[in-house]
Design a protein. Structure first.
Length: 193
């Protein structure tokens, strides 16, 4: 039996064209990518919020309770508190935006792309805004305190490691966003309908 005969039998049994299977598989893949992007965004937001809360709590304890603070450590408390609020507001806005997408292949793809774009902008803000500011203020705080110099050296090495990981993470998010954007472009050029 040849392929054309098998295809005729298949089509006559299902009364569906062959591309329906491909469309459903594509839709499931898009949904999976959207769920993965959503889980990653949730994790990133909770890490951002908890890091800000823990860091500001520790700094408040040492600055105000133990009275070991200086100007830069007080600024760090404010910075970490602002980061916590920023994470909460972004989470709230992202969750509200989820309602605006229709449940179709293109709608789910736009939703996954939206979450990926959000993740890229969040990681870019952390990489180029938050980490350098925290590093500079914290380093100045350590230098102004009476801590040994090796505290500053360890802190600097820790910052270099976090910076490297943040850059790697950002590249992963950009790659995921580009994959989804390419898929959206292909679907716009050659719709399945």
């Amino acid at each position: 039996m040849q392929f054309n005969d098998l295809q005729k039998i298949w089509d006559s049994q299902n009364n569906k064209p062959m591309y329906v299977i491909r469309e459903e598989a594509l839709h499931q893949k898009i949904l999976a990518k959207g769920r993965k992007a959503g889980r990653t965004a949730n994790l990133t937001e909770w890490i951002l919020i908890s890091t800000g809360l823990i860091a500001s709590g520790i700094l408040v304890y040492f600055d105000f309770m133990k009275d070991e603070g200086n100007v830069f450590s007080y600024i760090s408390v404010v910075l970490f508190s602002l980061i916590t609020v920023y994470g909460m507001i972004n989470r709230f806005l992202r969750k509200n935006k989820t309602e605006n997408f229709e449940r179709s292949i293109l709608g789910d793809l736009e939703h996954a792309l939206s979450i990926s774009e959000y993740q890229v902008s969040l990681s870019k803000g952390m990489l180029y805004g938050f980490w350098p500011a925290v590093f500079l203020i914290s380093l100045l705080s350590l230098i102004m305190s009476d801590k040994p110099i090796w505290y500053s050296i360890i802190f600097g090495l820790l910052f270099i490691g976090v910076s490297f990981l943040s850059r790697w993470e950002h590249k992963c998010y950009v790659r995921r966003k580009n994959e989804l954007a390419t898929l959206k472009k292909k679907l716009a050029e050659d719709p399945l309908n």
